[in-house]
Design a protein around this ligand. Structure first.
Ligand SMILES: Nc1ncnc2c1ncn2[C@@H]1O[C@H](COP(=O)(O)OP(=O)(O)OP(=O)(O)O)[C@@H](O)[C@H]1O
Ligand SMILES: [Mg+2]
Length: 271
């Protein structure tokens, strides 16, 4: 809507985890390289935590985009609010199983585990690595599910893990995992993402604008400084405020987004 007014090719601040827009802040870079290390070295498990809206899902998606499809077999579980059986079914299905039983009998878990084991062994035999990402894993609060997820790490041959399990979620996930010693002992990498600094917030805004095709200045430095103040450097909030500001600036027919506009739109952004 406002794209042509600001001479943009697309909307710069959409709240979707689109890897094309990734700004490599030092911590996003470090988080991504730890995840990449865990999968390329065939580690058992890795943990990425972070405050809401700081880029965990985006890093998970970016990682998947970077993995060579000839080498990696992947499953991305976006919503793990499931029973253990359903979660296991979802993972196994995402890794390619098409012949899973449909009904929920007691025997089912073993059948699915067996099928999963076959898939993992086949992948290994074909020289492929298997990676499972569980996003939003903080919603799994049932200890039993964690106990059972840990069992997936028992799929090993000659001390090599047959799958790498990457767990992504909000900060409370750290306590959930740490209270499960057997699980936490198997975490090869851990990383926590926090908000951006003031300087990074500026770079972030300019980066997203550039990717969207911006050719000239759109936000004044004062506006960007205020965006940091209002959002605490949380990317999802920055996106929201910037999107509203571009729309408001277009409506008012102004040449630049100033502090006044940021002030006006920020009351519409939730805390
Ligand atoms: N480094 C970054 N570069 C570009 N965009 C980013 C970056 N970090 C976060 N974002 C953007 O911020 C928004 C929120 O990111 P994301 O959904 O990945 O956060 P999250 O940590 O998974 O949040 P939640 O805890 O709610 O699941 C997305 O639109 C995402 O593209
Ligand atoms: Mg997320």
């Amino acid at each position: 809507m406002y794209e042509s007014y600001w001479s943009l090719e697309e909307k710069p601040f959409e709240n979707t985890p689109n890897p094309q827009f990734l700004y490599h802040s030092p911590q996003h870079e470090e988080g991504l390289s730890r995840l990449l290390y865990a999968v390329s070295e065939g580690k058992g498990a890795g943990l990425l935590t972070g405050v809401f809206g700081c880029g965990k899902t985006l890093l998970g998606r970016t990682l998947f985009q970077e993995l060579d499809r000839d080498v990696y077999k992947t499953a991305f579980i976006a919503n793990p609010f499931l029973s253990y059986t359903e979660l296991l079914m979802h993972i196994t299905y995402s890794l390619g199983a098409r012949d899973l039983p449909q009904n929920k009998q007691d025997v089912l878990v073993n059948v699915v585990l067996e099928r999963l084991g076959e898939i993992l062994e086949n992948n290994m035999r074909d020289g492929k690595k298997t990676v499972v990402v569980i996003d939003e894993a903080h919603v799994i609060t049932d200890r039993k599910v964690w106990e059972e997820l840990r069992l997936l790490l028992n799929f090993q041959i000659e001390n090599r893990f047959l799958l790498t399990l990457l767990i992504l979620g909000q900060p409370e996930l750290k306590e959930i995992i740490e209270s499960n010693k057997q699980f936490s002992q198997r975490l090869a990498v851990k990383f926590h993402l926090g908000p951006l600094t003031a300087g990074e917030t500026e770079q972030y805004v300019l980066h997203r604008l550039r990717i969207a095709g911006a050719q000239k200045q759109i936000f004044t430095p004062g506006a960007i400084a205020l965006i940091y103040k209002k959002t605490g450097g949380i990317p999802r909030r920055i996106n929201h405020i910037c999107d509203l500001a571009l729309f408001a600036g277009f409506g008012k027919n102004v040449p630049l987004v100033t502090e006044t506009i940021i002030d006006e739109v920020s009351s519409d952004v939730e805390d």
